[in-house]
Ligand binder design. Structure first.
Ligand code: FMN
Length: 216
């Protein structure tokens, strides 16, 4: 056999052997958790479904919204990745003062309603007390058309993926601030949209109750 061909045959057999013996590599656990703030936040995040009734102060609400969708670049790019940088997500807050809309570009909250809709939102979320009795609920809406007009049906998947990125940022920031959160996907979308007086272009896709964790 020609030497070069022989080498290729041996190399190919090695690749086949490597892929068929299913070698399992033990991975090191992240060393020294306390030394890495991010690792600590990842470990400490757990779904919290019972809160004290203490309101979430505006500075903490702002920090959570910023972590999810705040502007992090001079070009207007945001804290979470977005397919095509089209930014379909719209964030809202429901608390004891009413319903508010977050504007990333100005980093402001605009009051849309003065009604406290939290109990009704809890009812729309199949009666889940974590929604009804949360000090605040962060609502993830999406204007799907912003993404689907470029990416078609696949754009809907991108939006769901993007919500995951933004929510995880928010949840880790919440841990850092001593707040608990839980992702709530089980709710009647139409009932939630009606309560929140959503524009017809905006779908309600995720509810994230937030508050100081109740003592166990
Ligand atoms: C898409 C999605 C929907 C969820 N919906 C709900 C929900 O409606 N109510 C709830 O209490 N938890 C909900 N959860 C939270 C999961 O129950 C929770 O993440 C899981 O039990 C793992 O626990 P951990 O978050 O503490 O790691 C949801 C999580 C995801 C990712």
């Amino acid at each position: 056999m020609h030497a070069r061909v022989g080498f290729l045959v041996v190399a190919a057999s090695a690749v086949i052997a490597a892929t068929t013996t299913a070698m399992e590599l033990p991975l090191p656990m992240p060393a020294n958790h306390a030394a890495s703030p991010l690792t600590k936040l990842i470990i400490e995040r757990r779904s919290v479904r019972a809160f004290t009734q203490e309101p979430v102060p505006l500075d903490k609400l702002g920090a959570l919204l910023w972590a999810a969708q705040g502007i992090t670049s001079p070009h207007g790019l945001r804290a979470a990745p977005s397919a095509g940088a089209l930014y379909p997500l719209e964030l809202y807050v429901a608390n004891e003062h009413g319903v508010f809309h977050y504007k990333p570009a100005k980093n402001t909250l605009t009051q849309l309603q003065t009604n406290d809709v939290r109990r009704a939102l809890g009812a729309a979320a199949l009666g889940q007390p974590c929604v009804a009795y949360a000090p605040a609920i962060i609502i993830f809406g999406a204007v799907c058309e912003r993404t689907t007009k470029r990416y078609g049906e696949r754009g809907l998947m991108y939006i769901h993926e993007e919500i995951g990125h933004a929510t995880q940022n928010l949840m880790l920031k919440a841990v850092e601030l001593g707040l608990g959160t839980v992702a709530v996907g089980a709710f009647d979308e139409q009932a939630a949209a009606t309560l929140l007086q959503m524009h017809k272009d905006t779908r309600v896709l995720y509810l994230v109750p937030v508050g100081p964790p109740a003592p166990r």
